[in-house]
Design a protein around this ligand. Structure first.
Ligand code: FES
Length: 308
């Protein structure tokens, strides 16, 4: 049945309201007619994106994106379900969530226009996630004053960051002696797991020089343990107001961290998840495999050690 003459229904999640949308009206026209305080900074011209809504249900009932909306969606890397309410008409019922609630939301959105479009709003991406930590760090930190600890860690980060970048990765975060590095975000190389494995190997080679420095100055030596996983994670620019950074979040990030910790159990230096090892098996066909449980995860997991 042609329902162009019918009133379509819009259910608004946040407002917990159902409203009518007349045939030929946009979502924004319907919400404003229903006295909903729906942000629309450019007045509905498709230029600001502040009217954006997430279509929770009924995406098939939305009109296709027009040219104006298509340009905006492409600039901001919107997934299909994020639509401009001022440009979207309906041919059936939908459930939506308004995405801009207040001034802070507005500020965050306006900053998206000055960032790389690919990462402006965050996206899910298949990535190689690497956690490393330093063997012997705790005993070093117990013996030396804060100045030395900070200085040595900064020296270590500086050296390792260069290697990670040379292998197409970035450091997403550091915490104490731990580094969270990600491969496959910025440069689309053929095999980001291979890049990560090469980076870890080069980090260990470079550590030999670093250990000479540590032996001379602190009578200590470091080692590196690393865990590598390949899977989906959410990548986005996170901004506290005083600190901005590109970060990754998601269960697979925790998984990579657990893999790194499992090195202690098996006396290994580098372990890969099954998903990561599969990506490099043709280059490194020889392996040891360990079956284990991982903290915070159910079931057993196979972890792989590359034998070069
Ligand atoms: S109100 Fe500005 S893009 Fe919709």
């Amino acid at each position: 049945m042609d329902n162009h003459n019918l009133l379509n229904k819009i259910y608004l999640f946040k407002d917990e309201k159902e409203i009518d949308c007349a045939a030929g009206s946009t979502i924004l026209e319907a919400t404003l007619a229903a006295q909903i305080n729906h942000t629309h900074a450019c007045g509905g011209q498709g230029k600001c994106s502040t009217c954006r809504v997430s279509i929770m249900d009924g995406i098939e009932n939305c009109s296709p994106r027009n040219d104006q909306e298509r340009r905006m969606a492409s600039n901001l890397n919107f997934p299909n379900e994020i639509r401009l309410a001022c440009q979207t008409k309906l041919k059936g019922n939908v459930s939506i969530r308004r995405m801009v609630s207040d001034k802070l939301d507005m500020d965050l959105i306006s900053e998206q226009f000055s960032q790389d479009s690919g990462v402006a709003i965050g996206r899910q991406q298949r990535l190689t996630i690497v956690f490393t930590d330093i063997v012997n760090y705790t005993s070093f930190a117990e013996r030396f004053p804060p100045y030395d600890i900070v200085h040595v860690l900064n020296r270590y980060y500086r050296i390792m960051n260069t290697i990670i970048q040379e292998n197409n990765g970035i450091i997403s975060d550091v915490a104490g002696d731990g580094i969270l590095a990600v491969f496959g975000i910025e440069k689309h190389t053929e095999n980001s797991v291979l890049d990560a494995v090469h980076a870890v190997k080069q980090m260990n080679q470079k550590l030999e020089d670093f250990n000479e420095y540590l032996s001379e100055n602190f009578n200590t030596q470091f080692g590196i343990r690393a865990g590598i996983h390949f899977g989906n994670a959410i990548v986005g620019p996170f901004d506290t107001g005083s600190m901005k950074k590109m970060a990754i979040i998601g269960d697979n990030v925790n998984y990579a961290s657990r893999i790194e910790s499992a090195n202690k159990e098996f006396g290994t230096q580098l372990l890969l998840s099954k998903e990561a090892y599969r990506e490099v098996q043709s280059t490194y066909p020889n392996f040891n495999v360990f079956e284990t449980t991982l903290k915070g995860k159910t079931g057993k997991y196979e972890l792989f050690e590359i034998i070069s």
